[in-house]
Design a protein around this ligand. Structure first.
Ligand SMILES: C[S@@+](CC[C@H](N)C(=O)[O-])C[C@H]1O[C@@H](n2cnc3c(N)ncnc32)[C@H](O)[C@@H]1O
Length: 243
């Protein structure tokens, strides 16, 4: 009798664990795999994900370039954040935040929420801390990520944005997996990249992505492609939703 109770208890734990896994969205997506092919290398790292060569990471030494005045016309950052449909209490992760060019703009739109500015370069997070102190901003938290982990708690964010960053993630599968798990149900991913379909966009090929490629890579996680906004001069803004 005692034995069968124990068995029943173990079985219930198993079912509970499985249900929690499902409700947390922790069921693993299938990894499409990486290919290291130095012989096919163009200007990137010679590592390929779903037929795309991954770009080099932009070093913190070039951070000033991220704040160049011309970027206002080229990338219309204020219009980008205005199109995110944020609520004042939202928690937004800016993944590959760099110097915080987008983090500070988003922070103004979520006064009762916060921005988690994630980057793998401590020097970038330091720049953000300095600007926070200068401008008296209190709702941005720097998060030191790893190349294969955004280091965000599960079920903790309403939205994630990646601007000109995803194409240089050396472990895109693990990064999106981590972001997917951090998103609350109904949470959205905003992915902005220079348009790979448009030869007239003046940036090197590996720093661009086509809409088709982005959608293909996100579909690995069952993310719903909700929209593509095309109001930017050179980039597209793709929106994905976690159901
Ligand atoms: C070209 S910068 C763009 C910065 C910012 N999004 C902007 O638009 O100003 C790309 C940033 O992504 C960061 N990065 C690269 N791989 C990353 C990863 N796996 N996780 C987090 N950040 C990463 C780099 O350190 C760099 O600061």
């Amino acid at each position: 009798m005692i034995k069968s109770h124990k068995l029943l208890f173990r079985f219930s734990l198993l079912i509970l664990g499985f249900t929690l896994m499902l409700s947390d969205g922790l069921v693993a997506a299938e990894h499409p795999g990486y290919i290291d092919a130095p012989e096919r290398r163009t200007t990137g790292i010679g590592k390929f994900y779903m037929d795309r060569e991954i770009s080099f990471v932009m070093g913190h030494q070039a951070a000033a370039w991220l704040n160049r005045p011309g970027r206002i016309q080229e990338e219309m950052p204020d219009e980008v954040v205005a199109n995110m449909g944020l609520n004042p209490e939202h928690v937004v992760a800016d993944i590959g935040a760099g110097s915080g060019y987008f983090s500070f703009r988003i922070a103004k739109l979520v006064p009762q929420g916060k921005v988690l500015a994630v980057d793998i370069q401590p020097e970038m997070l330091q720049l953000i801390e300095e600007q926070k102190a200068r401008d008296g901003v209190t709702n941005i938290e720097g998060v030191l990520g790893e190349i294969d982990d955004p280091n965000l708690p599960a079920n903790s964010i309403d939205a994630a944005i990646m601007v000109d960053a995803y194409h240089e993630f050396s472990h895109p599968f693990e990064m999106i997996n981590g972001i997917y798990q951090a998103l609350r149900p109904g949470g959205r991913i905003f992915l902005l990249e220079y348009r790979g379909e448009d030869a007239s966009v003046p940036i090197r090929p590996l720093h661009k992505m086509t809409e088709e490629q982005v959608v293909r890579e996100m579909s690995v996680f069952g993310l719903e492609w909700t929209d593509t906004l095309d109001f930017l001069p050179w980039q597209h803004m793709l929106i994905f939703t976690k159901s």
